[in-house]
Design a protein around this ligand. Structure first.
Ligand code: ZN
Length: 140
């Protein structure tokens, strides 16, 4: 079952340029910065109540974020991530409803989580992530 919106993924060209906006203009605190090799991104996490913002900077031209920025040069909201209590069941439910999956198995994402994505062509344009904390890791 989906529990909450866990985070919003926001594509930026440069964390060095974007982080000060979130810190100084919005007054949020950068909790940590982490490189995620599986997605070829560097991420910066901010908490806003229960929801996190995940800024995503590409580390490679082949990164999905680099491709997103080619189409959206100013950056922007890249994905919505739902926290779930059973990621595999969530993927099976979506797939059973005819939704195209990008990943049919969860993989290691940022923040010590297992993640998997639904294809935006099946989700009315919203790249949708499911995530769940990996057992034994601190949560985001
Ligand atoms: Zn995410």
């Amino acid at each position: 079952m989906l529990k909450k919106i866990d985070h919003l993924g926001i594509a930026v060209k440069s964390l060095a340029e974007a982080v000060p906006y979130y810190e100084k203009a919005l007054g949020l605190k950068c909790e940590h910065i982490e490189e995620v090799p599986s997605q070829k991104v560097r991420t910066a996490f901010f908490a806003c109540g229960e929801v996190h913002l995940e800024l995503l900077e590409p580390t490679d031209p082949e990164s999905p974020i680099a491709k997103f920025l080619e189409k959206n040069p100013a950056g922007g909201i890249h994905h919505v991530a739902f926290g779930t209590d059973d990621i595999q069941a969530q993927l099976e439910q979506a797939s059973g409803a005819g939704v195209r999956l990008i990943h049919d198995k969860p993989f290691d994402g940022a923040g010590g989580k297992l993640v998997a994505f639904l294809h935006p062509k099946s989700t009315f344009g919203v790249l949708t992530e499911f995530c769940i904390p990996k057992p034994g890791t601190s949560t985001h």
